[in-house]
Structures are given as C-alpha cells and as structure tokens.
Design a protein around this ligand. Sequence first.
Ligand code: FAD
Length: 467
Amino acid sequence: PVRLVWLRNDLRLTDNPALAHACRDEASVVLVVTLTPETWEAHGESAARMGLWRDQLESLQSERERLRLPLKVLRLKRFDDCPKALTELARTLNATEICFNYEYPLNERQRDGAVCAEAEKAGIATRAFHGELIIPPGQVLTGQGGPFKVYTPFSNAWRKRLIDFDQPVLAVPQPRHHRACESDPIPEDLDYTALSYRNDLWPVGEEAISERLNRFVRERVQDYAKKRDFPRTDPDAEGTSRLSPYLTIGALSPRQCMAALRAQCDDPDWLNSSWLNELIWREFYRHLLVAFPGLSRLEPFRPEVEARISWLGEDAAFDAWCRGETGFPIVDAAMKQLLETGWMHNRLRMVVASYLTKLLRVDWRRGADFFMRHLIDADFASNLGGWQWSSSVGADAAPYFRIFNPQTQGEKFDPEGTFVAHWLPELRALTPHKRRQQPGAGAQAGRPEPIIDYRQARQAALNDYQS
Ligand code: FAD
C-alpha cells in the first residue's frame, strides 16, 4: 500500500507519530505539504516563522531521500482547498490512508475535519495523532471531570498523569523499499511573501537542533531558575533555551525536550524542574484552546474582566510601541530586539505587553497580532495565552491592578543597562547605569521623549478599571 503523511507544524522525522504510524510496515510513504498563502495572510503568519519552516522542510531532504520518502508540494490558496487537493493526490497515488498530527486552533481543526470527511467519502482512511503535546488535550481534568482553569493545579495533575503518557521518543523510521513518486521542489517564498529570518541565530536541521537542546540541558538547565529572567545581548549567554522557534514549527517535539532533560541533566528531581514547568505552560495553553473554542475566536477567557476595560484606540501610541519609540528604554530595546531578530525574551514580552495593554490601554488583540506578524516563534496558543495573561483577561492571569513599572523592571532585570545600551546605542554614553532605565533617558541624544507619564497612565488605568 501507499500512505500519505501530511506534514504541517511537525517538520521532523524523529518522534513524529503520524510518520511512525505510516511507516509501521512495508508500505510506501509519501510526505505532502499544503501551501495556503491566503489563509496564512489572514492568520498573520510572520515571514520569519515561515522562512524557518521552509528551510527546515528543505533540511529534511537528504535524510528523506535516504528513507525513500518523496515530498509532494500542493500549491493552494486557502485551508478550504485542502480537502479536495489532498483527496485528489491520494487517489492519484493510490494511497489508502492520510496520516497527520493534530493542530489545535479552531480553523486548523475545522480544516482537518473537512479533509477527513472528503477523504472518507472517497474511501480513503485518515488517522490523526497528538504529536505536538506530551499529554493530549482532554486528558488532564479536574476531580469533576472538567478542564482546569488555573495553572498550578493543572501542572500538578499533569505530572501525575504523565505516567500514562510517558512514551519513549519515536525513532526515525526504516527506509522504504519503494519510492512511490518523484519529489516536488519547494518554492523559495512558499508562494507567500519574501521570507526572511536570522538564520545565523536559528540554524535548521534535526541534528543542529538536537545539539542545541542537548547543550542546553547539559550546561544551562541547572541555572535556569536563577537566570531565566535576565535578557542577554549574547544569545549564547541567554539563561533560557531559545528553542521556541523549533517547537513552534515542530522541528523538535516537547517529548524530545523532556527526554533530553531526563537523560542529560543530573537533577533527580527533573519532573519538578522549572524548565519542565515552562513546557507544561505550553501544554496548558493548548489544552485550554481545545476546551474553550471561543479563545480561537479571540474571545477573552475572562469576559467579565475585559468588560471593565475601555480600550483607547490610539494609533499614534500603538505605532510608537511597534517601532520601539515610546521613550521607555526597556520597552523600546525589547521592541528593537523583536524587529531585528524576530525573537524577544520572555520577561520583556511580559513588560511590553503590560505596557501596551495597561499603560497605553491598547486592545491586547492588536499587540497579539503584531507579535504573530513578527515573532519567529509565533505560536497561536502560546501567544494568545501570553497576551491574555499580560492584559489580565486570561486564565490564571495577574489581576488587572498589577501593572508593571517599566523603569523598575529595567532596573531589576537589566541592572547594568547592558541590554538597553545594546539595542539603543544612543544610551551607551549615559552613566550611571540606572539612568539608562529612566523614561526619556537619552532624549538629548535623539531618543524620543516618553509618550506617557507613567504615574498618570497607571492611575488612569486603575480608575477605568474601578469605575
Ligand atoms: P524557555 O524558557 O527555554 O522554555 C522552554 C519552552 O517552553 C519554550 O521554548 C516554549 O515552547 C515553552 N514556554 C516557555 N515559556 C512559556 C510560556 N509562558 N507560555 C507557553 N510556553 C512557554 N511563546 C511562543 O512559543 N510563541 C509565542 O508566540 C509566544 N508569545 C508570547 C507572547 C507574550 C505576550 C508572552 C508574555 C509570552 C509569549 N510566549 C510565546 C511564551 C514565552 O515568552 C516563549 O515561549 C519563550 O520566551 C521562548 O523562549 P525559550 O525557548 O528560550 O523558552
């Protein structure tokens, strides 16, 4: 028989359950990707993320060829085109089954449902797997059988539940005997847009990625809890793993991360390590997306909180934030990092999101959309979770009255002012270091004046919320 494996955000040959299933016997297997530029545009897919996705797909080529796994590229427009095109391809190749790994946002699930229905009408079987999570959605539930709405009890239950889902990393499948067809070339721009990302910072290929993972768990995971909140200018000195872009396109699976943590770090208490905790946050947000479909429609998790906020539709302030020109050093440095590298440190994501939604009172959806369009690790579930958390409308979010002070955040997490001086060179001459974190620092040297007064903006936000 011939089977199709429809690759999406699971661009790996190792630990890929759909691929392992398709290769379980002697069958010939064909990989297929669907290019849907109109839907990508509607979803605001960033050129950085799609560039990484493209190059990772290309990087699989030599291993794919060795395994006799040809790749077909279906050049379509929208998700809606997938059911017919995939069924047609399966028919042409005499394939009996289409296998894929689930994706959890609503549009993706609807697309997949339509593909299964169309294929089944044509007598072609479909099989789906949870390759993107360690524990599938719906499997970590409260005593009453409902979804958790708060993180800590979720994570405790997740750890207990792990025993039932603690499977080994799946090996790369055995080579096929026959190549079922020829491969298609992968278009440079995926028919989408000019793709670009910092390939010096994010090399592709399963080997390079697994090396980065192993180095992190060998050398840095022990200090993760201590160092994770401090952004660095040198990527190699960063306290966090910087693996999110790979997890987002599925070049790496969370199970591979957990297995490396267990095998490489000598912490017997690995299950309680703070790095695993972050991977569990990733799982939490995906579980929520499935349990609460309104989230995919950008509804707040806590509408009663959002109802008390009046968003100010101020374009000038939003534009200044987007360009990193607010006059608040830590905010501007973070936004410059995003614009130049497609990545931003987690602490800074929280700072800039709080600044935008609470001090500028710009709707969190605008910030989330901007992040989706610029982040190399843009990920619908984690981004939505992060923005709703930061604006206090999310599950287990900080209360609305907790508003980050950008100056003290800078003083605390960039105490030498090294990070701001790197991204805002105008500030380099300023000493002592603390001055670099003051709003308006460097105004004489060409940096903008602060676009708001922190105290007034904070008070206005609190008044609004309490009114
Ligand atoms: P590490 O600290 O090494 O953590 C390991 C992995 O755990 C990460 O690669 C990531 O997959 C996961 N993870 C870590 N923190 C979180 C978190 N808070 N929520 C969910 N998963 C987490 N993450 C994305 O992957 N894509 C996004 O689009 C995204 N948008 C965000 C927007 C906002 C406003 C905020 C506050 C956070 C966002 N995050 C997002 C979460 C987090 O900032 C990144 O996952 C993290 O900075 C990635 O760096 P790292 O790989 O070095 O993480």
